[in-house]
Design a protein around this ligand. Structure first.
Ligand SMILES: [Zn+2]
Length: 83
């Protein structure tokens, strides 16, 4: 077995990794690959986002997109104008 998992293996074990089913050794190799492979980092991020959305939950605060101030102002303004 080669030391570093390939991108295909990363893909195959992604769910196990996120669910915490991988052995310590596998997790280590997994994070090692993630540290070196931006492609897989992006993939993992996109995957996590998808899971969060499908569960109806939102990612942690740091990743939550903020509502544009102009939009908030526009909503408040339109409410004010109503009789
Ligand atoms: Zn990769």
């Amino acid at each position: 077995m080669q030391l570093m998992p390939s991108c295909q293996e990363m893909d195959a074990f992604l769910v196990d990794y996120l669910e915490g089913y991988l052995s310590i050794y596998r997790r280590l190799l997994f994070s090692l690959h993630l540290g070196l492979c931006p492609k897989c980092r992006d993939y993992l991020r996109a995957y996590r986002k998808m899971i969060a959305l499908s569960k109806g939950a939102y990612p942690q605060d740091a990743e939550r997109p903020e509502m544009p101030k102009e939009l908030v102002d526009a909503i408040l303004a339109s409410r004010k104008d109503k009789p």
